[in-house]
Design a protein. Structure first.
Length: 480
């Protein structure tokens, strides 16, 4: 509950990315016209890469229909509220959509804690690890943006938990969760062969009748989902295998060679550098007891398959995002080796504490600043100094500490380590003033700029206090 409050306090609106923009417009079009057609921002440019729908100046959204289905109720609610209150529809959409990830994030934390318990951890260790995931990794940042990776992470964790628990209705649950993932992102078909192998190993000793029964259960949601996707593709493109990306789909081993190291360690998109806690927890792989090696092999293979697949993709970090958006769904899985990490020596406790502090500072900086502003500062520095600026990670941290002192979107270039006596003026961007959270944006929007900085500092203080309370609760539980 406390983590949910923290997420709600740091939620912000004002769309920063393209895929949500497309998804909202798709949902709006569904509500208004009963179709999945959208108006591209530049039809002539877009049609170079994306398949022709056969209708002039129209294309179909290439993004998974799952996200559009999530947004449809939100769009309907916002339309009704806009009609009743006369508030601008776009403002209402930005506001409500900025919270849509939070329920999925909390559900994902629930699945994560259950997985930790399945791996033999104590209740106290499971609570601590859930705290680490929720506060000390980019899981927090992406919970308070409108990217869909947190929804993906939630259902990927649900699948892992289903595979480990092996409870009644396992095959129904597996089929349901996997279907949702495929609806969100077709790339999750990459796990199909892995799931087939798991099915065979689990049923190899069963008789034919039980194998058939389990197969039908595992196909109960997945087959209808595949049929739905195939029909949509056929009616849109006359090709059941066309995803909507057209020639924009580009996988290559050249990208794998280019990206695999940077995806781990770079200060622009490295999953370990943006989440330092993972560097420590991965050491737990060396302490896995024999009885948990098979579950960890499932988790490890899932992580590895997704990592390699994303390295093969043309996009170097997943677009307009903090760090590497593409790897966010496997961040919870990378944290799981902490279950087996022995923290019984003083130096280990000190190292863990310092890593937690560093990770938390990074996540505060990420969650209270705006990706768009970091990009604009990098562009401005490049224009002023004619060289590349600080990397995204350090620039984001510098921006966060600057906003502690001043809400104005105006910076000395030297603040960011550039030997130029020039001012970077971003005052024209309304949402760059102060911390990137709704109370600050609303105060600025209604002309109450004199109060927005104080409000931002107050919310930051409350958030830090809640994090401290969570830590103290864990410490008390450990002692008892």
């Amino acid at each position: 509950m406390i983590i949910g409050i923290i997420y709600s306090l740091s939620a912000k609106g004002h769309i920063e990315i393209l895929d949500t923009e497309y998804s909202i417009r798709t949902a709006l079009s569904i509500v208004e016209n009963g179709t999945f057609l959208i108006d591209p921002p530049d039809p002539n440019a877009v049609k170079i890469n994306f398949p022709d729908s056969g209708i002039a100046n129209k294309i179909y959204s290439p993004y998974g229909i799952g996200l559009g289905l999530i947004f449809i109720p939100i769009v309907i609610i916002c339309k009704i509220l806009s009609l009743l209150t006369q508030i601008e529809l776009r403002l209402l959409l930005d506001f409500l959509i900025s919270f849509y990830n939070i329920p999925f994030a909390l559900l994902g934390l629930f699945f994560f804690q259950k997985i930790v318990l399945q791996l033999g951890a104590s209740e106290v260790r499971s609570i601590f690890m859930t705290f680490c995931l929720g506060i000390c990794t980019c899981y927090w940042k992406y919970t308070v943006t409108d990217f869909s990776e947190i929804v993906q992470a939630c259902f990927l964790l649900a699948i892992i938990l289903t595979l480990l628990e092996k409870k009644e209705y396992m095959w129904y649950r597996l089929s349901f969760y996997y279907s949702i993932l495929v609806l969100l992102k077709l790339t999750y078909f990459v796990f199909f062969l892995f799931i087939i192998i798991f099915f065979i190993t689990e049923n190899i000793r069963n008789n034919n009748t039980k194998i058939l029964r389990n197969f039908l259960k595992s196909a109960s949601f997945f087959i209808p989902t595949c049929i739905l996707i195939a029909l949509l593709n056929f009616f849109r493109f006359n090709n059941i295998f066309e995803s909507g990306y057209g020639s924009a789909i580009k996988f290559s081993t050249d990208y794998l060679v280019r990206d695999w190291f940077a995806y781990l360690f770079s200060y622009e998109r490295g999953v370990l550098t943006f989440n330092p806690i993972l560097i420590l927890t991965l050491a737990g792989f060396f302490y896995i007891p024999a009885k948990y090696r098979r579950p960890m092999m499932i988790i490890g293979l899932t992580t590895f398959i997704w990592f390699i697949t994303m390295c093969l993709w043309v996009s170097w970090q997943g677009g307009y995002c903090w760090g590497n958006r593409l790897l966010v769904p496997i961040v919870p899985l990378l944290l799981l080796p902490m279950v087996f990490l022995k923290i019984d020596k003083v130096w280990m406790k000190i190292l863990l504490f310092l890593t937690l502090v560093a990770s938390t500072i990074i996540q505060f900086a990420a969650s209270f600043t705006k990706i768009h502003e970091i990009i604009e500062i990098k562009i401005s520095i490049h224009q002023l100094a004619e060289r590349l600026s600080l990397n995204q990670l350090w620039l984001g941290i510098e921006l966060f500490f600057h906003k502690l002192k001043s809400p104005n979107a105006e910076y000395l270039a030297s603040t960011f380590g550039v030997d130029v006596n020039e001012i970077i003026n971003l005052r024209s961007f309304e949402t760059f003033h102060g911390f990137n959270m709704w109370p600050v944006h609303l105060l600025n929007h209604f002309g109450l700029n004199n109060y927005s900085h104080t409000a931002g500092i107050l919310i930051l203080f409350i958030t830090i206090s809640l994090c401290f309370i969570l830590f103290k609760i864990h410490k008390i539980n450990t002692q008892t």
